[in-house]
Design a protein around this ligand. Structure first.
Ligand SMILES: [Zn+2]
Length: 411
């Protein structure tokens, strides 16, 4: 940016800074500057076509395209492909990102808590301790049908423990069933711990094992009956006949990503915000970025989708319904409108990110149903910087999330 400012006039530098840049080197092309789709028309027949020559910096490799990235991909795949209820998949994903609200994580986030483990009252309550090294966990795993000695899979952090579990059982027959049981087991420990923290309910490890066994059994039986339903892909956007007046939960197993942006024409500055929710309406993740330069409100709306998708893909979230209240951008993404050249590099990146998803559709939503993302964008615009929220929802968004869910319950 400094270089640009040195080489060009103030006005030119400002124009250049608003040109959206592709992360993965959207191919250069010549566009006709005087039409929004960049094609030459006789009517607009003036002189120069603007050559958008990008500098070498743009051909960079995407983040995470390393061998460590492959290992990560293997872990995310193992989680999102697990035959368990979506809430357990989300739970495991949180564990792997070390964002579960165990006491040591709370302390880390600046919340003043006594970190002593709830279940054993001895060591600090970290994720690794709670699920693998706590006396309760050891008894639980050993008494479970897995008869697992958790010290054999324990690692530095949760994600390594999970990777060790994958390696331990990889070659075994019924691999998927074993992992399914591990997931239900971890969930049971978490529920037991929460029962104790929030309700003072003391549970014997053997009772927790019984509860865990029943839950796995019930789930397996239910799944056999509704299997075709679970495998059903979400409906196409055209299927919505009724006008939508409130936020809608995504279909089972799919995450809904609401995106929004703010932009001030006077300053050319804006911000983006996004909120990810599951089929229960539970917020899984939210984030935003500001204050950003942008050439138009449209470019900023596209930017919001790109940022949201990037975070989702990097976090291994790959069954998505992406919603924006910009009809233009959604139509461009669905191939119904010609892509304007001013947003083309961003659209290019979005398509690249979509290719990394298992399932991703784009839906237009009225502003009324996009309030959560709007709030995030507005907040980020005010405070600036890069933000993400997961387990701990910011207070100012709580009402919107709750009312979104209540509305659809009443319908
Ligand atoms: Zn403990």
């Amino acid at each position: 940016m400094e270089l640009v400012e040195r080489c060009f006039t103030l006005h030119e530098a400002k124009c250049i800074s608003t040109i959206p840049i592709s992360r993965w080197g959207c191919p250069d092309k010549q566009v006709w500057h005087f039409t929004s789709h960049g094609g030459y028309t006789v009517r607009s027949g003036y002189e120069v076509a603007l050559n958008l020559r990008r500098n070498g910096e743009l051909g960079r490799k995407a983040e995470g395209e390393t061998s460590q990235g492959n290992q990560q991909q293997r872990i995310w795949k193992s989680i999102w492909g697990l035959p368990v209820p979506p809430k357990i998949r989300t739970f495991l994903w949180k564990c792997c990102r070390n964002v579960l609200a165990v006491k040591e994580n709370l302390l880390h986030r600046g919340i003043d808590v006594d970190t002593t483990c709830t279940l054993c009252g001895r060591e600090g309550e970290s994720q690794v301790h709670l699920f693998f090294t706590c006396e309760f966990a050891r008894l639980f795993w050993f008494a479970s049908p897995l008869q697992l000695d958790p010290s054999l899979v324990v690692g530095e952090d949760f994600i390594r423990c999970w990777a060790n579990l994958l390696s331990k059982y990889e070659q075994v027959e019924h691999y998927s069933e074993i992992l399914q049981a591990c997931a239900f087991g971890l969930w049971r420990i978490w529920k037991t711990r929460n029962g104790m923290v929030f309700e003072g309910q003391v549970t014997d490890p053997r009772d927790a094992v019984e509860c865990f066994k029943n839950q796995v059994q019930e789930f397996r039986i239910a799944r056999m009956c509704v299997k075709p339903f679970i495998n059903e892909l979400p409906r196409p956007p055209e299927a919505q006949a009724e006008p939508v007046t409130s936020w809608q939960k995504p279909p089972f197993g799919v995450l809904k990503v609401n995106c929004d942006a703010t932009w001030m024409a006077q300053t050319g500055m804006g911000s983006v915000g996004w909120v990810v929710r599951d089929s229960y309406g539970w917020m899984v993740l939210a984030g935003g970025k500001g204050v950003l330069w942008g050439g138009s409100a449209l470019a900023m709306e596209a930017e919001a989708i790109r940022e949201a998708l990037l975070v989702c893909v990097q976090g291994g979230l790959s069954k998505l319904e992406v919603e924006s209240d910009s009809l233009q951008i959604i139509r461009m993404l669905c191939g119904k409108w010609k892509v304007g050249f001013a947003v083309e590099p961003i659209i290019f990146d979005i398509k690249r990110l979509v290719a990394q998803c298992q399932h991703c559709v784009f839906l237009f939503t009225p502003r009324l149903c996009n309030k959560a993302a709007h709030k995030v964008a507005a907040f980020v615009f005010r405070v600036g910087g890069i933000h993400t929220w997961d387990d701990l929802w910011p207070e100012w968004i709580f009402d919107t999330l709750a009312s979104d869910v209540n509305l659809s319950i009443r319908l």
